[in-house]
Design a protein around this ligand. Sequence first.
Ligand SMILES: [Zn+2]
Length: 121
Amino acid sequence: MADDDQPLEPFWQRGLVAARAALRCRARSKRTKLRCRAPALTGWQVCRFHGARGGAPCGKANGAFRHGRRTKAVVEARQAVKRRWKENRAQLKAIADRLTAGAAAEFPVANLTRPRKPQTG
Ligand SMILES: [Zn+2]
């Protein structure tokens, strides 16, 4: 009884094709040693039974959130600044070393140490 403007398969069957094409859970059963085969959640390699979306929520949604000074973004930014400081210090040291080496070559001084006190007795 299918009209010409009606698709051959019902609507739900098209959704089923997409569901069957979904990435499969990579978990393996301890009991049977077989793969889980359930569809993995979007952005995850495992299904909802095997740890997808597990753990506490991030940011303000987390119950331990206080002030935001320890959020991932802030910690990463702080580490980036520290890395930059370290690089700058190394560059400054290299420049200073080159300058002192140039000065030593330009003004050779035999002995820069303090003259010794003459020995008595
Ligand atoms: Zn699974």
